[in-house]
Design a protein around this ligand. Sequence first.
Ligand code: TA6
Length: 307
Amino acid sequence: MIYTITLNPAIDRLLFLEKELTKRKTNRTSKVTYDIGGKGTHGSYAMTRLGVSNLALGFAGERNFAAFEEILMQKEISHRFIQIPKGLTRESIVVIEPDNQGSTMLTEPSFSVGEAEKQQLLLFLKKYLTEEDIVLIAGSLPENFQINDLAELIQAAKEKQAFVACDLSGEALLLAAQLGVDFIKPNEFELTELLSEKTGTVEEALEQLSREITCIAASKGEKGSICYYEGKQYQVLAPKVKEINDTGAGDCFVGAFLAEFSKCKDIKEALKTGSACAASKVQYEDSSYFDPKEADILKQQVKIIEL
Ligand code: TA6
């Protein structure tokens, strides 16, 4: 089983502009849609679309839980979110300009997580996780969920010998790397920051980091991504597609990568699947949708170069 944990989910409100976003002007929208928000929920959506059983966990606000759950049901995401009493799941406003000019995201503050709810999540992992499972902890931390709470969560998963994947940033990413998890997805800046904690040359630092982290999928922006796995480096060149909305593409990559990896344990296949599903995703308007059949075709265009 794959468990995804979204500590700070969102309801994504997507605003489609009639014209380019312009400051000090009334920017009129032609359409408004909603999607599930939060990196772990997007990972679960990708796993579900690929037919890999998974359960989406995390926290969600009590006050708009019905609206949040309605989108989860529409996306057919199996879930077991812990409700935050009197809490409101935040909205992420995604402004999408016409003619593929890109998207801009504005996200609201989160609810505040209480100690009782933290313990509920921890106890769930301690009760149900096994060494056969994968757990993905993804996205930002909500208010009052401290770094040491995250450490407890990661350590509980490690103690069960599950495969621990983290799509985190900032201090949370540094913690995950220090604790030695199985998968991280740093961007270029974050990778540099992680390596600066090590000694020696970049290569030597990478060597050290790769000994502590089973798989590092470092995104290199336009240059695709580089994966470090079992002492080897793979450059991943994604297919070229027409981008409508890149929101959630990285989340889709992670979910699809883990789904494939859970089945075949083949790093190249998993990288190809992740990259192809993310390429399919950016061609669609919302934050999560992609077409597995289209991704299957795009998979042939993914280039994996062993460095
Ligand atoms: O990556 C896309 C997304 O998950 C959106 O759904 C939006 O809700 C935002 O990112 C949330 O990001 P955060 O880093 O706060 O978890």
